[in-house]
Every structure is written in C-alpha cells, then in structure tokens.
Design a protein around this ligand. Structure first.
Ligand SMILES: [Zn+2]
Length: 331
C-alpha cells in the first residue's frame, strides 16, 4: 500500500471501525491485525456501532468523527478521556464534543471539560512541607480563614520568608497586633438571623477575603475590633457602626462593606488588595463621595471604560439606584 493510500485510510477512522461489523477480535487477527489493534477496534466498534440507550448521541458522534476526519489514534485518544467519566450520558456528551473538535485540540478540550466536571475541592485543616533542591522549602497550612488572613498580614512582603520565620520562631519578639480591621458585611435579613442566634447557615464574606458563618462571626466578637455595616438594597451603603472613631476611613470602610471584593462581575479579589474607583471620573467632575465610588481590584480598575466618549472596550461599572451594575461596552 502506498503512502498516499495509507494517509487516505488514516482520515477515515470511524469508517474503518464500521467495517468491523460482524467480526470478532480473532477474525481481525486472522486478517493480520495485532492482538492489541484487534481488541481496540472491536471495543471502538461496540462504542460507535454497538447497542446503546444513547442512539441519538451515537449517531451524532459517528457523523462528527467522519466530518473531523478523526484517525483511529484520535478515536482511541477520545476514549482515554471518556473512560474517566462515570456517568454514561456525561461520557457520551464529551465523546460527541470531542468528535466535533479538531484533532489537535481534542486533548485540551477534554482536559478542560474533565476539570469542570470534577467536584469542588473540600478543604480541611492541614499542614504540608515541601523541601526544594536549592535549600528553600514551602510550608502550606490550611486553617481558619480569619486567622489566616490575620497571619498573612503579619508577613512582610519585601522579605516574606525571613519575616515569617522570625515571627514563627519567636525571634521577632511579641507580635505587634496589626491595626488593620477586617470588616464583615451582612445583608439586613442575615443580620436579623444572626441576632436570633440562627447564623449557622449564613455565610459572610469579609474584606480580608475570608468567608465565615454568621455564628463564627458572633463568636469572634467582630464588633470588638471590626465593624458591622448594613447595606440597604435601595440606597447602597447607608450607615456605619463602629466602636472607634476614625472618620477619614469612613468612606473606604463603607465602600468595602458594600463590596468586600472587587465589584466587577465574577471577580473575587478582596477589597483590602484593591482600590476605590470613581464611577464618574474625577476629571469629568465626578466627586469623591460614597455614591460615586466603588471597590475595584487593580486589574479591573485598569480595564474599566472610564471615559464614556472613548471607544468602548470592556464595559464599565455604574450605580443604578442603590446597586452597582456592569454596563456592556455597547452601552
Ligand atoms: Zn477585579
């Protein structure tokens, strides 16, 4: 067989599989196939042409594999991914998608889908140490989110290793208590729930990025050193309760309360690592008051379309009523 003919055959993998109809692995071996090739062809035949409750998906997969000119190698590759899925329907959906996918992208698409299907990771307390060949080591500790946020703040980012070790091993003397306050943000209805002592199910995000239950929040007596801000859905941040006068912080505090994380849809960067953005830009007459400000991370502060007259790129944030909304670029 010439190379040209060989390549032409390669591109019709699913048709070669179809030709195994009525044949067994020993039949194929008699025709000259290796035992492994014979077994693989028979199993591919069972998948693409055998009996299945998912005949519609099966037909789609065969047509798509033919159109994509998937080779036997690609079909085998696809099975190496669908095999990892327990649900038969999920496996068929992935198979159909991969049959539609150009051969060179099959692996990337499959890995992405498998990652999406994986159950979200469950975290629990633990500590791990990895030693590196250059004399450094990495310590990974999972613990209470609020405590860890506090601990993280004590690390000097200019010399993280040195400052962490000094604190851990007591070389730095007693740890100076950080003055930063973490704030928890409650919706009014949740506040009521927590006050009734039923806060076990209420998850509260804090400006350090830590998420705690309402019950934990009460336990931690957040009110002693932190703040509780109540957000009205109609007005935005309306009132601020704290136990220490610090007026210059008030606006930033209220804004962080309204958005403990970056206000851009889908972004979770904590307010403490972000900045405050003027909705109507300062240079266009926008004022520095709470109604004209919003929490944004550095990245989204950069991509927000500040100038309404400039060509639109990524859209912009605006306040409608009491709520911050994202306006698409065409707006
Ligand atoms: Zn962001």
């Amino acid at each position: 067989m010439g190379l040209q003919e060989y390549f032409a055959q390669l591109g019709r993998g699913v048709d070669l599989v179809a030709e195994c109809s009525g044949l067994s692995a020993p039949d194929l071996e008699k025709m000259g196939a290796s035992a492994q090739d014979a077994a693989e062809l028979i199993s591919l035949h069972a998948i693409y042409f055998g009996t299945t409750p998912y005949t519609g998906k099966q037909r789609l997969a065969v047509d798509a594999a033919r159109r994509s000119k998937h080779t036997l190698t690609t079909l085998r590759r696809i099975e190496s991914f669908t095999r990892r899925i327990t649900g038969k329907l999920d496996a068929w959906n992935l198979r159909v998608e991969l049959c539609t996918t150009p051969p060179e992208q099959v692996a990337a698409v499959a890995r992405r889908r498998l990652r999406e299907m994986r159950a979200p990771r469950k975290y629990c307390e633990r500590a791990m140490l990895r030693q590196h060949p250059n004399g450094l080591a990495t310590l990974t500790v999972t613990a209470n989110g609020l405590d860890m946020a506090d601990a993280f703040r004590t690390i000097d980012q200019q010399r993280p290793g040195e400052s962490f070790i000094a604190r851990m091993l007591g070389k730095a003397g007693p740890a100076a208590r950080t003055r930063v306050t973490t704030m928890a943000v409650l919706r009014l209805e949740d506040y009521g729930t927590i006050l009734r002592g039923e806060g076990e199910d209420v998850m509260v995000r804090t400006t350090s990025g830590a998420v705690v239950t309402g019950a934990q929040l009460v336990e931690r007596a957040c009110a002693d050193e932190g703040l509780v801000t109540i957000i009205s859905r109609a007005q935005g941040p309306v009132d601020l309760y704290r136990f220490e006068r610090f007026a210059s912080l008030k606006q930033r505090t209220m804004l962080a309360a309204e958005h403990p994380t970056c206000a851009w849809p889908g972004c979770n960067t904590p307010a403490e690592r972000g900045q405050f953005h003027h909705l109507t830009p300062w240079k266009h007459g926008g004022q520095t008051n709470v109604a004209n400000l919003v929490t944004l991370c550095n990245y989204h502060n950069g991509v927000n379309d500040d100038d309404p007259n400039a060509p639109p790129r990524r859209g912009r944030l605006a306040r409608e009523g009491g709520t911050i909304v994202w306006q698409p670029p065409a707006h």
